[in-house]
Design a protein around this ligand. Structure first.
Ligand code: GLU
Length: 300
């Protein structure tokens, strides 16, 4: 089966070294298998996404030598598709409107230490044994997807066997936000499936999204892609790099380094070459091997 990988950045700021690390690994993984590599602009959040950031990140990718196949897909142009698949889930009676605010949820539990996640306690979930209080609820609602209390098992290409119970680790989750914007989990599954993506390479912070995405894919009769997660780049404080670390953003980096220096340094951090010598992505294809990429996070 020919490999189709992708890079799916959210254009909410200038790319930083951690984003480029993801672009490089997903490109190398797909291209070293003779596959295609697609670019999808995840501009699904109208409040945070900007077109100029998207154009800038395309310029940065091209400058780095990370060329994509075909035309980029823009999530902001695909609302009708998300609506169509949301309706299918609705028809299966697996969704419900939720009126809870984050403050409501925080009143029931402390957010998870590692990632700030709160497991949805099912407050708005329809319950045939409870009096119908829907008339009492007011205001805008998000749409949640009901999850089963069962384990979802998958083998990550880098972190191995994973077994996650959606009810216990996530709870019913949002597929459409209160402001009408489509949620990442639904859009990503629909887009990966419709564009033929069969290999998803991304940071390990999204490992917990996999069971949610496999679950949606199963409900929509899509074959889930193969997932490969990679370690995060962190600062010396152990915090992952973010768009707030200006010294690691492409604007700064492009002023002081050549594309080959940036790519070579990332390849060294990924264990693909023994020294951080300059290299183009194409020059790394022969040496690329997931086995040399560490599992632990990498301090830059
Ligand atoms: N848009 C997401 C991000 O930038 C990535 C989603 C994915 O790779 O599945 O974090």
């Amino acid at each position: 089966m020919p490999i189709t990988g992708r890079f799916a950045p959210s254009p909410t700021g200038r790319m930083h070294l951690g984003n480029v690390f993801g672009a490089l690994l997903s490109w190398l993984s797909a291209k070293s298998q003779g596959g295609r590599w697609l670019l999808r602009i995840e501009d699904i959040d109208p409040q945070r996404s900007r077109r100029d950031y998207a154009l800038q990140l395309m310029d940065d990718l091209a400058w780095l030598g990370l060329t994509w196949d075909g035309e980029p897909v823009w999530q902001s142009e695909r609302s009708d598709l998300y609506e169509h698949y949301c309706n299918i889930l609705q028809e299966k009676e697996l969704t419900y409107p939720c009126y809870c605010t984050r403050a409501d949820l925080l009143a029931t539990q402390a957010p998870h230490e590692s990632d700030g996640r709160v497991v949805y306690p099912g407050t708005c979930r329809p319950n045939k044994f409870r009096a119908d209080t829907s008339g009492l609820r007011q205001g805008p609602s998000s749409t949640r997807l009901i999850v089963p209390d069962r384990n979802i098992t998958f083998t990550d290409g880098h972190y191995g066997l994973q077994c996650i119970n959606l009810a216990r680790h996530v709870g019913d989750f949002i597929i459409r936000r209160k402001d009408g914007a489509w949620a990442y989990q639904l859009a990503v599954v629909v887009d990966d499936a419709l564009t033929g993506v069969n290999e998803v390479v991304r940071g390990r912070d999204l490992l917990l999204s996999v069971p949610q995405q496999i679950y949606i894919a199963q409900l929509l009769n899509f074959t889930p892609p193969h997932y490969i997660h990679f370690p995060l780049l962190t600062g010396h404080d152990g915090q992952r790099l973010s768009k707030r670390d200006r010294s690691m953003d492409m604007g700064e980096l492009r002023q002081h380094s050549s594309a080959a220096q940036i790519v070579g340094r990332l390849a060294f951090l990924a264990g693909i070459q023994p020294e951080p010598q300059p290299a183009t992505p194409a020059e790394l294809l022969k040496a690329f091997d997931w086995n040399s990429v560490p599992q632990h996070d990498i301090i830059v």
